[in-house]
Design a binder for this molecule. Structure first.
Ligand SMILES: Cc1cc2nc3c(=O)[nH]c(=O)nc-3n(C[C@H](O)[C@H](O)[C@H](O)COP(=O)(O)OP(=O)(O)OC[C@H]3O[C@@H](n4cnc5c(N)ncnc54)[C@H](O)[C@@H]3O)c2cc1C
Length: 718
């Protein structure tokens, strides 16, 4: 059956009763459903019902996306920590895949660079030009990974990553952003969740260059994606009585900061099914080619697409979308949870962001190197001096690590491995290094890096926003820790969470008031609450997971003791590292050893913070950063092992700097320091939250951009 995509809205539509999508959310209650994630159970055990619901809902969507992917092979990061260690071929599979990549993307890059060289790529106000889009579309660049049967180039994602990197490296980062949004979250959602009819209808449009956007974020809702407030109601009269939906996304339900959204573009809209419905749906539709005021010429709906006025992605379309009683056809509904689809597609979006970050950092290094060679500093050319060279090394190192992680992640995905953990640290490592490289470039270029016409200056806001889009870095790193330790935590720790929860419940089974809750059992509890400590101890001894944990500690402890003599072996004697270039072996050994030992760091952090860990973000973020830096070192070493000597030198330099950071980050030996830090963060945060931070006295905060309904009014001073 062919679905009609009407030209941008001229007249009204009709709909059949809605089809219920599969996702059901548990009734909000004090304790989440038994299949809820360990994190949600822990939050409930700590009595934080609201977070338990929020996290439970997000985890449920992530689990559904993982189920849809059907990845049976355990993730790389989890195996690097808990074993078995991946072999060298697997660790080098990303570099090998990139070397095998054909030149399918050559035409796309050449067409784009040709446009740039002719000065036609950007409009006078710095936007991507129609000429550039036409040139890229003619090479089917917008349909790079769309199957040939729908008019695409049928390219592989690693080939797309190479195109993305080349575009960003040559000053066309915004075009890379546009194509990535089009193919990862746009076409990607249709390929994975669309019906045959929907694919036949929308994918050829994507392949021919129709822009496609994904609208999740709203004026009132950001990272808490499952709380979207835009909603649809069934309209049986729509579409000549065939039935459909009416979309309501007015005021702070407007969709906000939607990249690639413009009049006439295709868009996937995430909306609640029913105003107070528990389910979140997804609809793919074409936006009208002009704004429509409800009541105008008898129109029974309203639509507006206006610039979101964001200072990032300024060369791209980025819009705020207003829908009022907006008609959606039944066939435009994707039969899936909108947030699940997002999680499904984000893994590719994050790999492409890393590829773009690699390109941007090569661009920074190229422009900084040219200046440093040509420019006299104090005592000779800038390039002669150590610090400018270290900055250049940081830009090149950041580029190489972003490329290595992107290619390794893409190959892991292609080989059927669960990408949990790797997809997140790939994005956060790339976004972090991209920002650091922007600063390193400023340190070499000096004032010229702020010239309005310079591509280094134009990239600045994009480097910052890379840390926010595709998942905010802090949050995804904490999520990464949860994902890669979940199997161990569920098997060996979850039972104990239940015990602590049980001593925090009153006789009616309801959580005790916050001031009476015990989130940690410490030797001090013996004096403050011996009764509950004794109860917990008795219940603990009767819990299977407690003994499983004892067994795990004994078994793994013994293995560590037996492995101790290996620490004395010179690296060159260890076959696993003999396959690597001499200058990189020590970094691979260091990274693998430290990753193994992190199984003890996670255990220690859990035993130390216990249920307090549900709100102790600093230890999670710190552990997440160490995992990110160690996996990055390993990816760098194995990627560079297949490259030329100059890249191996860049990899060694970057690994040396990452190793210094890891050595400077204390986990188990930093527990007391983290306690002290958390107390100070808590105190300053309380001052701010209660209007008692005098440094803020007399300063009126700027009104919010895109005002939203505040959670609650700020308390008056004192
Ligand atoms: C240039 C640009 C392009 C974009 N493109 C798109 C797009 O195409 N489609 C789309 O749907 N969205 C898009 N977005 C939106 C983007 O995804 C959101 O900005 C992002 O999800 C964060 O939401 P927010 O800005 O509303 O932050 P908020 O949700 O208001 O969060 C603010 C900060 O609070 C932190 N925070 C919140 N809860 C916690 C917690 N429990 N613990 C610790 N920290 C917390 C967050 O991490 C964040 O840093 C874009 C945004 C920009 C700027």
């Amino acid at each position: 059956m062919q679905i009609e995509v009407p030209p941008p809205a001229a007249g009204g539509h009709h709909v059949r009763p809605p089809i219920r999508t599969a996702v059901t959310l548990p009734e909000p209650s004090a304790s989440p459903a038994p299949e809820a994630s360990t994190a949600a159970q822990a939050l409930a055990a700590a009595g934080d019902a609201e977070s338990a619901r929020d996290v439970g809902a997000l985890d449920a969507a992530a689990r559904q996306a993982a189920a849809r992917l059907g990845r049976q092979k355990r993730g790389l990061v989890e195996r690097l920590i808990y074993g078995p260690a991946p072999d060298t071929a697997e660790l080098q599979s990303g570099a090998a895949a990139a070397q095998r990549a054909g030149d399918r993307g050559h035409g796309v890059v050449a067409a784009a660079l040709g446009c740039l060289a002719r000065g036609e790529a950007f409009t006078a106000d710095g936007k991507l030009s129609a000429a550039l889009r036409a040139a890229v579309a003619a090479e089917r660049g917008y349909g790079f990974t769309v199957p040939a049967e729908f008019g695409g180039l049928d390219g592989r994602y690693v080939e797309l990553a190479l195109v993305e990197e080349d575009l960003a490296a040559n000053g066309l980062g915004p075009l890379a952003v546009e194509i990535s949004g089009e193919l990862t979250i746009g076409a990607g959602s249709l390929l994975a969740y669309g019906t045959d009819a929907q694919k036949r209808t929308f994918l050829p449009l994507v392949a021919e260059g129709q822009l496609m956007a994904f609208g999740l974020t709203e004026v009132g809702i950001g990272v808490n994606a499952k709380k979207v407030r835009a909603y649809v109601e069934p309209d049986p009269q729509l579409d000549g009585g065939k039935g459909g939906f009416r979309l309501h996304a007015a005021g702070d339900r407007n969709k906000l900061w939607i990249t690639n959204a413009t009049h006439g573009a295709l868009v996937g809209i995430v909306a609640r099914l029913g105003k107070d419905g528990k389910q979140v749906g997804l609809f793919v539709t074409r936006l009208p080619d002009h704004d429509i005021a409800r009541g105008d010429q008898g129109q029974d709906f309203g639509f507006r697409c206006e610039s979101s006025r964001t200072g990032a992605f300024t060369a791209n379309h980025n819009s705020r979308l207003h829908f009022d009683h907006y008609p959606l056809r039944r066939e435009e509904q994707i039969q899936a949870d909108g947030v699940e689809v997002l999680f499904y597609c984000l893994r590719m979006g994050r790999c492409m962001l890393a590829a773009m970050a690699a390109g941007y950092q090569r661009m920074f290094a190229a422009d900084a190197a040219a200046d440093a060679e040509a420019r006299d500093g104090v005592g000779g050319a800038v390039i002669q001096h150590e610090l400018p060279r270290q900055h250049l090394g940081r830009m090149l190192g950041g580029a190489l690590q972003s490329r290595a992680l992107s290619h390794l992640s893409l190959q892991q995905d292609a080989d059927g491995h669960d990408l949990a953990g790797l997809r997140d640290l790939t994005k956060s490592a790339a976004a972090t290094s991209a920002l650091e490289s922007q600063i390193a470039c400023e340190r070499v270029l000096g004032g010229r890096s702020f010239d309005q016409g310079s591509r280094v200056h134009q990239a600045r806001a994009n480097m910052h926003v890379f840390g926010v889009v595709e998942g905010e870095d802090d949050l995804i790193l904490m999520g990464m820790v949860k994902d890669v330790t979940d199997a161990f935590t569920s098997r060996c720790m979850a039972g104990m969470l239940g015990v602590i929860q049980s001593i925090n419940q009153g006789p009616d089974g309801k959580p005790l008031p916050p001031d009476r809750r015990l989130l940690r059992l410490t030797p001090w509890t013996l004096f403050t609450d011996p009764g509950r400590l004794w109860t917990a101890t008795r219940r603990l001894l009767g819990t299977g997971s407690f003994w499983r944990l004892e067994g795990w500690i004994l078994g793994n402890g013994l293995i560590e003791v037996l492995r101790l003599p290996l620490l004395l072996l010179p690296t060159r004697w260890i076959p696993r590292y003999q396959l690597l270039p001499e200058g990189l072996r020590r970094y691979a050994r260091f990274a693998e050893q430290r990753l193994r030992w992190l199984r003890w760091a996670w255990l220690g952090i859990n035993l130390w913070f216990q249920l307090e860990l549900t709100r102790a973000q600093i230890p999670l973020q710190r552990l997440g950063k160490v995992i990110e830096q160690l996996v990055t070192m390993l990816a760098l070493v194995h990627h560079a092992a297949q490259q030329d000597a100059s890249q191996q030198r860049v990899a060694a330099l970057q690994c040396e700097q990452l190793m210094a950071r890891v050595r400077g980050t204390r986990l188990l030996t930093g527990l007391l320091q983290m306690e002290r830090l958390r107390r100070l963060v808590g105190a300053v945060g309380d001052d701010v939250a209660h209007g008692q931070s005098t440094l803020l006295d007399g300063i009126a905060p700027e009104p919010f951009a895109h005002p939203f309904e505040p959670r609650r009014a700020k308390p008056a001073k004192g």
